[in-house]
Design a protein around this ligand. Structure first.
Ligand code: PLP
Length: 452
């Protein structure tokens, strides 16, 4: 709320909103628990880190979602990132419907694969060839195999706080030293797999350098989310990413940018373009499929020539390059190439984030909003920057829980975990953002100004 001088006034509204009805969602969840482990087909959907039963979604349109009880929300989860145009964008829907008329899958090449590849490769300076798969996990798994096949080395260096899908060798966490072999972070992964993964902290050049000394000529690749966005938003300094580029080059290792979130998000060329750093392999997912299951990995023609059937690194997929999924990707990426698309989206997000920051500053709340492009993350901290996973205080998630409940009750849907980022889409309107700001102000006031 602003007064006549455009100055944000204290709305002092530490009254909680009425709880939304979750009756139908609760019924569906009870049923779902009889079918699926934890009642879900992907764990974070179970609302384990926030209050209440998960909401079962009935439909999405533009920036809005409706659940089974008829509650309406402004959505900042956006299917965890793919929906940069919002839900049910007419261009995507119409293209998918058109292509579906001709059949769903052929297991043979189609012109649509060429079309999506052409759209990407002719607008991306960082890869020369691409291979489509069906998920981000599959893209990363294939990129790792490619790096190992190309370098004829086994070890992969990853960072604590980056997520790369549920690839066995990457479901590992750091041990207690500066440079450690991974400890598996999931049951069912042989320790011998994790032994091929070296884990270090983000933003730690010394640890990376030490790993290269300790495992001389053994490291096939460094893999990093250049914009780590799965464990908070741990923005890295460009110099750190450049350092990774240089140390890989000096040691004959490959640099893999996992751009499953950042690809087509911070710009059409993703983080590689944003920072102007040339990785050796890039993985994509989410936005590339326009809301349908598509992943991809790309590299120079020389590196990609190692992939079967040209080369000795095997990788295949029954539904890879699926025509319906390709059509959604084509429709969505074509929109992103419209002049001014990213500038508009980024300006809009910046305006929203800055308004929230101003309110926080005026009230001296111990909260930061970190953001890049159209991605944002609320951190309940007084630190000016958070660059490593161990700089996040787990106790701060209690505040997120309160905020999440209050926002849901006020019609704002964030991903159900304080470690997850939010996404603004091109469908979010000024009215959506204004409503969201007000709801955020209320929830912060409730958390910090009243003794709940
Ligand atoms: N890599 C990153 C950076 C991701 O954020 C994700 C998923 O969130 C993945 C890989 C895995 O992608 P998917 O869930 O499509 O398998």
């Amino acid at each position: 709320m602003k007064d006549a001088t455009n100055h944000i006034v204290n709305i002092n509204l530490a009254e909680p909103a009425a709880e939304i009805s979750r009756e139908k969602s609760a019924e569906l969840y009870t049923k779902a628990k009889t079918y699926f482990p934890g009642g879900v087909n992907s764990p974070v959907r179970a609302f384990k880190s926030v209050y209440g039963t998960p909401l079962f979604i009935q439909k999405g349109d533009g920036s809005h979602l409706w659940d089974a009880d008829g509650n309406e929300f402004v959505d900042y989860c956006c299917s965890w990132g793919p929906l940069i145009l919002g839900h049910n964008h007419p261009a995507v829907r119409e293209k998918v419907i058109e292509v579906m008329q001709y059949g769903m899958s052929f297991g043979a090449p189609t012109a649509l694969e060429n079309e999506l590849a052409e759209l990407i490769l002719s607008n991306n300076r960082f890869i020369e060839k691409i291979r489509f798969v069906s998920s981000g996990t599959e893209a990363v798994m294939s990129a790792i195999r490619l790096a190992r096949g190309y370098t004829k080395r086994n070890k992969i260096l990853k960072f604590e706080g980056c997520y790369h899908g549920h690839v066995d060798a990457l479901l590992v966490k750091a041990g207690s030293g500066l440079v450690t072999f991974g400890e598996t972070s999931s049951a069912g992964i042989p320790q011998s797999f994790a032994d091929e993964t070296v884990v270090v902290a983000l933003n730690d050049k010394t640890a990376v350098a030490q790993a290269f000394e300790e495992f001389k000529d053994q490291i096939a690749a460094i893999i990093i989310e250049p914009i780590p966005a799965n464990n908070g938003l741990l923005l890295q300094e460009p110099e750190f990413l450049q350092f990774l580029r240089d140390i890989c080059t000096a040691n004959g290792s490959l640099l893999i940018f996992d751009e499953v979130i950042s690809g087509f998000r911070v710009g059409f060329e993703g983080a590689a373009g944003y920072y102007n750093i040339q990785p050796d392999i890039i993985t994509y997912g989410k936005i590339i499929g326009g809301g349908l299951p598509v992943g991809a990995y790309g590299a120079s023609a020389a590196i990609m020539s190692q992939i079967s059937p040209d080369g000795a690194v095997y990788q295949a997929g029954t539904l890879s390059g699926n025509p319906v999924a390709m059509s959604a990707g084509i429709a969505q990426l074509s929109q992103l190439l419209q002049p001014g698309f990213y500038k508009q989206l980024h300006d809009k997000t910046e305006g929203f984030v800055n308004a929230v920051r101003s309110y926080i500053a005026e009230h001296n709340y111990p909260v930061k909003v970190f953001a890049i492009g159209s991605v944002f993350w609320f951190a309940f901290t007084e630190q000016e920057a958070i660059r490593r996973a161990d700089e996040i205080n787990p106790a701060s998630m209690d505040n997120f829980k309160l905020m999440h409940r209050e926002l849901l009750n006020r019609g704002i849907y964030l991903g159900p975990s304080g470690y997850e980022v939010g996404f603004v889409s091109s469908a979010h309107t000024a009215a959506d953002l204004e409503k969201t700001q007000q709801a955020i102000f209320h929830s912060l006031s409730l958390i910090f100004d009243s003794q709940i």
